[in-house]
Design a protein around this ligand. Structure first.
Ligand code: NAD
Ligand code: MG
Length: 392
């Protein structure tokens, strides 16, 4: 029996994780569930799974929540704040890191530093902290398993022994696939007026709103490029981004002998979640069997960088290294939030990120504090640039 903390349990990945866990009560017990402000959703989850702890980020909400649980006869203890998140992240056998954005950095690192099995959905934390994150994994001996469907697919297509790096194992190229999102074929001149709801209507995946917008700009694929460089210890030149609108192939690995291995399946995050939970074993996920006959065809195309300027921005940040990915990520989080709030046009997301990147000095972070400083400065600059756009 292994205990599991689900950070961000009320989100899209969190809900899928609880769905998989509920199919295997003999293997896993829920240790802690956490949310930002969604107290009603968290309450229902606590009543269903009876975790030892529940965490709400804000102390006032948490106190109210504890009282509500007491009245309902629950024994779950309530914690709050970053400290509460870090405490439960470090204490279970397995931690699912599924908080969205930079807010997930410290809790995810707490699980890593405690040497736990860490299921990484929160790609932003690895993008931001890169080398420091990977060093922390090496130091603690944590087991880091990718939940992002592409990285989980790549992981499944790589040889088990990673000695000497993937090049030494005969890997020549990683083909990172992405659907191209809802605007893959939208006329370019219509992109200026697309709405948040249109951007969040992903053709294949149901996800949280931030990652849905990232998919529409393809910044998600850019962040995934950086994520893949760290996870698989390779350089951006080894990774090719390919548009595959059906999302049936979740990525591919090419070897020097010309073999290309792919992982296929229905686009349902319960597959990578179940894979990582049980790894190296296999368990049922609840995902239906792939009907390859009715699927009938798989299409591929090269991404268009005029349509998706975020791809170039992210590749540049990956090549520059240092604090560049943290700056890129911070500017993106602010720009996406402004777009979702109706304050910024869709096409200006990339412009704001490009301007922040151009106006920021990139350094080599020596500590987490350096990463957080770069993150804060990039956020402040992005806010200023957006305010100036609103006034103009
Ligand atoms: P979501 O918005 O649906 O859920 C986010 C969760 O994080 C919620 O439980 C929310 O309460 C919590 N949260 C948000 N802000 C917080 C804060 N400041 N402090 C503490 N908790 C906070 O997001 P999602 O789609 O589930 O994505 C979660 C992560 O997984 C993201 O990093 C995303 O990139 C990654 N991911 C998601 C998918 C997917 O299919 N949804 C696929 C691949 C990777
Ligand atoms: Mg992905």
């Amino acid at each position: 029996m292994q205990s599991v903390t689900v950070l961000g349990s009320t989100g899209s990945i969190g809900i899928s994780t609880l769905d998989v866990l509920s199919r295997h009560p003999d293997r896993y017990s829920v240790y802690a569930l956490t949310a930002n402000t969604s107290a009603d959703e968290l309450f229902a989850q606590v009543m269903a799974f009876s975790p030892r702890y529940a965490v709400l980020r804000e102390a006032g909400l948490a106190a109210e929540f504890a009282e509500r649980l007491r009245v309902a006869g629950s024994n779950t203890e309530v914690l709050s704040g970053e400290a509460g998140l870090c405490e439960v992240a470090a204490a279970a056998d397995i931690t699912m890191a599924a908080i969205v954005g930079a807010a997930g950095l410290l809790p995810t690192l707490a699980a890593v530093e405690a040497g736990k099995k860490v299921l990484l959905a929160n790609k932003e934390s690895l993008v931001m902290a890169g080398q420091l994150f990977i060093d922390a994994v090496a130091k603690s001996g944590a087991t880091l398993l990718p939940i992002d469907s592409e990285h989980n697919a790549i992981f499944q297509c790589l040889p088990l022994a990673a000695e000497g790096g993937i090049k030494a194992q005969g890997v020549q190229r990683i083909l990172l696939t992405g659907s191209g999102g809802p605007f893959r074929a939208t006329p370019l001149d219509e992109l200026a007026t697309v709405t948040p709801d249109q951007a969040c209507a992903h053709p294949n995946w149901a996800m949280g709103r931030k990652i849905s917008v990232d998919s529409a700009t393809m910044m998600n694929k850019g962040l995934e490029l950086i994520e893949a460089c760290w996870l698989f210890q390779t350089d951006p030149a080894t990774i090719e981004i390919i548009i595959h609108p059906q999302s049936v192939i979740h990525s591919m690995v090419e070897y020097v002998d010309g073999s290309v291995l792919a992982q296929l399946g229905n686009p349902d995050m319960r597959t990578p979640i179940a894979h990582a939970l049980a790894w190296p074993q296999r368990i049922h996920s609840g995902v239906s069997s792939l009907d390859i006959i009715s699927q009938a065809r798989l299409d591929f195309e090269a991404p268009d960088e005029e349509r998706f300027p975020c791809l170039r921005l992210a590749r540049d940040a990956a090549i520059r290294g240092g604090t560049a990915p943290a700056v890129l990520n911070a500017a993106n989080e602010i720009a996406v939030a402004a777009f979702l709030d109706g304050e910024l046009a869709f096409v200006d997301i990339a412009q704001v990120i490009a301007d922040v990147m151009a106006q920021t000095n990139i350094g080599e972070p020596q500590s987490l504090l350096d990463v957080q400083t770069a993150d804060s400065a990039a956020r402040a600059l992005a806010v200023d640039l957006i305010s100036a756009k609103i006034r103009a």
